[in-house]
Design a protein around this ligand. Structure first.
Ligand code: BYC
Length: 474
């Protein structure tokens, strides 16, 4: 399944054999480029950036690295290799052949999922468009742009599915994906988190750690879909997605490392002292964790969801790494969920497992989030400090599901409505925190140099040294 780069739209789906589809996508392409130039990264479109481009979908050597101007990036359509005689892996249709076309009865559900997935990709590019202007290093600037161009490619991936399999509705949805905008009061992006502004690099690293990880889990759920083109599209997207979470985890890790170095030097954990020294104090970092983690938990949907039950029953959307579960039917089992009892207490309810799929996926996500937190805490401990970064309870600050709108503290205890405002104010980034972080956001663009609030990464990109010119600014 080599990728044809002589085509206007690089692809491994034999686009040249389907002239109608090819024309439709070529018709969409200029609108995409207009969108990229208008709402993509601000200020660097004419610069050469050291980017990786997908050139193969196999496990080895799938990417090519070179300097390229972002508008010239070869955004293409790549599906992972088909598996012969692939069958549906879960739900009522388990064991039957996967679908190469969309069955009429599942059209609405699949369209909705693909549009929701597609909507997040350009949203994130829009959210991050000004960050390049305040990069902490050329290494980070390049990573930001790598993430951005790949989110652009993920939009292409969903647009291909819409054009290839959903006829006129699909073409209309593809247009809409360029017309909704992050934070637009009249025409916002579909999911809440994707309308939150990302104006500083601490937020960017939080987003790539927590929000891209939702992407990983949702893509894993769709990577087992009975609709084979969707499954194979998502399988390949996951290959690219791993780097985005690497950027988040190492970004926060490097901030922690720099802060504890300064804490050691100054023998102090006093936020004021640390701020005077120009680093990000750990309680502030914790408040950013509280904000982004709680926001991202809502992206998994309600804990009891008939939508999710329907997706599982029909084979449209499964659980992450579905093959690792023992029971792929789940029609005979229940999950016990903790929910508010409506009188300030907590009770349990039994939900059919199929209805609790969102909660199952969310719990796996929480476990995965914890792993990076443990690594950051090791850095703090190794430096001799007792501070521990913690994930708030999954009940905290929720807007969707049983805990939506229920006032709780960070530990998940229900608290009085009157106390909630104060608790939120002390748990989330304050205006002062944001202003401080903002004051640190000064661009550092000399090769090899780092801003004072973040440690250097362990190594450069693709074997290059840290002082390599990852973005050529001159
Ligand atoms: N905000 O039955 P429920 C990524 C709505 S990130 C607003 O629980 P369901 C990326 C819901 O639509 C991954 N509304 O919903 C990361 C429903 O509305 P209706 C993106 C919400 O369908 C970084 C109602 O509430 N991919 O790739 O089970 C950078 C009841 O909810 C929200 C996907 O999300 C919300 N947070 O679950 C770049 C995968 N949550 O029908 C990219 C595709 C729920 O009553 N999407 N609602 O009008 C899905 O699988 C599902 O749509 C959801 C929701 C998991 C999001």
């Amino acid at each position: 399944m080599a990728i044809d780069y002589s085509e206007k739209i690089p692809n491994n789906v034999n686009l040249a054999d389907d002239r109608r589809l090819q024309r439709a996508l070529e018709h969409w392409q200029p609108g995409y480029l207009d969108w990229w130039n208008e709402l993509g990264p601000e200020g660097f479109q004419a610069k050469d950036v050291y980017l990786r481009t997908a050139v193969n979908v196999g496990a080895d050597g799938w990417a090519h690295f070179d300097h390229v101007k972002m508008p010239d990036y070869r955004w293409g359509i790549f599906l992972s290799e088909p598996k012969p005689e692939q069958t549906i892996g879960f739900g009522d249709e388990m064991g039957k052949p996967v679908w190469q076309e969309v069955p009429g009865e599942h059209r609405a559900a699949l369209r909705r999922l693909i549009v929701t997935q597609g909507d997040t990709e350009p949203a994130s590019v829009e959210q991050q468009r000004l960050l390049g202007l305040t990069c902490p290093s050329l290494y980070d600037l390049r990573n930001l742009f790598q993430v951005n161009v790949e989110e652009g490619r993920h939009l292409w991936a969903m647009v291909y599915l819409l054009h290839a399999h959903f006829g006129r509705d699909g073409r209309e949805e593809a247009e809409e994906l360029l017309h909704r905008h992050s934070g637009d009061p009249d025409n916002p992006r579909i999911l809440g988190t994707f309308n939150e502004p990302i104006e500083d690099w601490l937020s960017f690293f939080m987003f790539t750690y927590f929000t891209d990880r939702d992407g990983k889990y949702q893509l894993k759920c769709l990577a087992g879909s009975a609709f084979d083109p969707l499954a194979r599209t998502c399988q390949f997207m996951l290959t690219e997605e791993a780097h985005h979470m690497f950027v988040g985890e190492t970004g926060i890790g490097r901030i922690v490392e720099r802060t504890v170095d300064v804490m050691k030097d100054l023998r102090s954990d006093d936020p004021e002292t640390l701020r005077a020294a120009g680093v990000i104090d750990l309680p502030l970092l914790q408040r950013y964790v509280n904000f982004w983690f709680s926001s991202c938990l809502d992206l998994f949907g309600a804990d009891q969801s008939s939508n999710a039950a329907g997706y599982f029953a029909t084979g449209v959307k499964g659980r992450p790494d579905e093959a690792k579960f023992d029971d792929h039917d789940c029609s005979e089992t229940i999950e016990v969920l903790e929910v508010p009892d409506g009188n300030g207490g907590v009770t349990t309810v039994e939900a059919p497992t199929r209805n609790a799929m969102n909660e199952i996926t969310r719990n796996l996500y929480v476990g995965d989030c914890q792993r990076g937190v443990d690594r950051w805490n090791k850095t703090i401990q190794a430096a001799g400090f007792h501070f521990q970064i913690t994930l708030p309870s999954a009940r905290f600050r929720r807007e969707i599901g049983s805990w939506g709108g229920v006032p709780t503290d960070l530990a998940g205890n229900i608290i009085a409505a009157e106390a909630y405002g104060g608790h939120l104010a002390s748990s989330l980034p304050s205006d002062e925190d944001r202003a401080y972080v903002d004051s640190l956001m000064k661009p550092v663009t000399e090769p090899g140099k780092m801003a004072g609030w973040i440690a250097a990464p362990r190594r450069g990109i693709h074997g290059h040294p840290l002082d390599y010119e990852y973005v050529k600014l001159h």
